[in-house]
Design a protein around this ligand. Structure first.
Ligand code: PAF
Length: 199
């Protein structure tokens, strides 16, 4: 991937990256569309990053549907899918981590102590491997977006981070790969979150 990126860069092409954990929905495809509009080459990474899951969280059951994601990516005109295995990124006695203090200590970070460290670490690695000029993240994970912008600024990555609007179901529920876990009833009830925010 680094060799491909170097070659694209030396040809003067603008590389865009949409980092994902797969299980694509319209939130992902809207980021892909934004990336295609603003960049010459669109790279999507698909990697379920163990580092950002707590011991009692859903790493094992997180939806994985590579063949379907690949088909969707091709339909949407993605140029490259970067889909490493765990050991490609964290092989050997990997022991480095990136931590963005402050913005990650409250909200989601309060109940998921190492989550944002895992996200910052993998995103830093993906940015160094894919070497994009621009990278696209959903506003659904707003604390994540704020953290990544801060990390990129403070670690001097020469990359523009762009947020994409939340895509919602007609009920107002934000699209998320984890919505697959919800029963029909829970899905209906989850829409109360959006209703309450609007109130
Ligand atoms: O938002 C996600 O899907 C993940 O947190 C990310 C940014 C791809 C890092 O694994």
């Amino acid at each position: 991937m680094q060799r491909v990126a170097d070659s694209l860069r030396s040809d003067g092409r603008v590389i865009g990256l949409v980092p994902t954990m797969g299980a694509f929905h319209r939130g992902h495809t809207s980021l892909i569309q934004m990336c295609k509009k603003r960049c010459d080459v669109t790279v999507v990474s698909i990697f379920v990053n163990k580092l950002q899951f707590g011991a009692d969280e859903d790493f094992g059951s997180y939806p994985r549907q590579f063949a379907k994601d690949k088909r969707i990516a091709m339909e949407k005109g993605v140029d490259y899918i970067f889909a490493p295995e765990h050991d490609d990124l964290y092989g050997g006695d990997f022991s480095t981590s990136v931590e963005v203090a402050g913005v990650t200590s409250n909200l989601c970070g309060a109940s998921r102590p190492d989550h944002f460290k895992g996200v910052a670490t993998v995103v830093a690695k993906l940015l160094n491997i894919v070497k994009p000029h621009k990278a696209f993240f959903g506003e659904k994970d707003y604390q994540q977006l704020v953290m990544i912008k801060k990390m990129v600024k403070e670690l001097d990555f020469d990359i523009k981070i762009i947020g994409g609007k939340i895509v919602r179901e007609p009920s107002g529920l934000a699209l998320s790969s984890r919505n697959d876990y919800l029963s029909d009833d829970a899905r209906k009830r989850a829409a109360v979150l959006y209703g309450s925010l609007k109130e």
